[in-house]
Design a protein around this ligand. Sequence first.
Ligand code: HEC
Ligand code: HEC
Length: 362
Amino acid sequence: MVIMGSTVTKKANTKVNFLIQFYLILTFVCISNCQDFRVYYNDNNQFQYLISIQFFNDISFASDLQQRAKNQIGSLPNSPPGSEDDTDAKIKLGNKLFRDINLSANQIQACVTCHPIDGRSAGMDRQTTPRGTFGQLGKRNTPTILNVGFNSVLFWDGRRNSLYDQAIDPFINPIEMSLSSESELIQKIQNDPSYSEYFVRAFPSNPNINLHNVRLSLASFERSLVSNSKFDDFVMGNLLIFNRQELEGLNIFLEVGCTNCHSGYLLGGNNLSKLESSFLYNPNDFGKFEVTGDSNDRYLFKIPSLRNVTLTQPYFHDGSVTSLKETIERMNEYKLNRRLASSEIDLLIVFLKTLSDKTKSN
Ligand code: HEC
Ligand code: HEC
């Protein structure tokens, strides 16, 4: 589905009939192996026997992993919780607000400036930390807006739990769009005559231009940004879609305990975790402590979703690491079941690519 000029598509259900897969794999195994086997084994029975072993080894590795991935990760639903009442009209209004530079203090910045979604852009600006509308330097790395509707923890310090509550923050944040107040925001929208028909369509029984309706429509729009990945195709039943390296990367991911923190179908996004080693944390950012003042919350940060992670460098709350390989090397300092070898990190990266939207690149 094409949403408001962005190419983010809703997931197609790609269940492939198991019998078709069976014959395809058989054909594939024959093409790749028959001739070799024929050289060494003239006895036809033994030849068939070896092909069967090879075939069942391959298919059982893939199908075992498919089952484990289904149980331990799962596939992304077509739409986030709470999207039942997201009409096209609300999404259209949210889209207009998301792109409106007039809603920043000096009229040059919109949500889409830092969260670009058009074409192949993956929902974040690729900056270490972004600059606000007057060029003021931000403190934290921009998370992708893709799949944001599935997050129950928002912001790196987890200070919001819903898109509805979060929606107005960036407009009045002094390091972002820098409006002086919520009422200035509403005034700006009221002064633009092009908005009234959008509000009438989105909220026919109560078309007021107020904070409540702005929150509802921005949240509806954000919930429509759902990505579509090869990993979901695999988990939903397409056993053939992963190559050997992708399967091995997934196997390592499940084995070493990445899912202890990057859990659920979003692979993160729903919990915080304490950065305990001085090597990991940034002394200028205390995480959740900055919101609560509770010393137990010092260095508590959001565990980010790993969906689209191969498209959203640089990494971590402060954008301090550019390479994905180094980022994963750092996870060795977190609570893994065992240390990762360099070759395993390469395979993990191959697997992480399957979690990215098929229509996006970086
Ligand atoms: C100047 C760049 C900038 C602009 C403009 C901006 N954002 Fe963000 N956005 C960020 C940064 C940086 C963060 C992380 C801040 C933090 O964690 O403290 C963020 C976080 C978010 C999050 C939480 C994501 C998550 O996974 O935790 C949402 C949702 C969001 N922004 C939506 C919006 C909307 C809606 C607008 C427009 C009203 C907007 N942003 C404008 C930079 C920006
Ligand atoms: C103990 C919990 C924990 C475990 C286990 C864990 N992570 Fe993380 N991961 C985090 C936290 C917390 C962050 C954010 C840290 C920060 O911002 O400073 C993170 C960040 C990341 C990032 C950067 C994401 C971004 O958008 O910036 C990647 C990639 C990543 N982890 C991959 C992995 C992989 C692969 C594994 C398994 C080898 C793993 N993690 C295991 C907690 C964990």
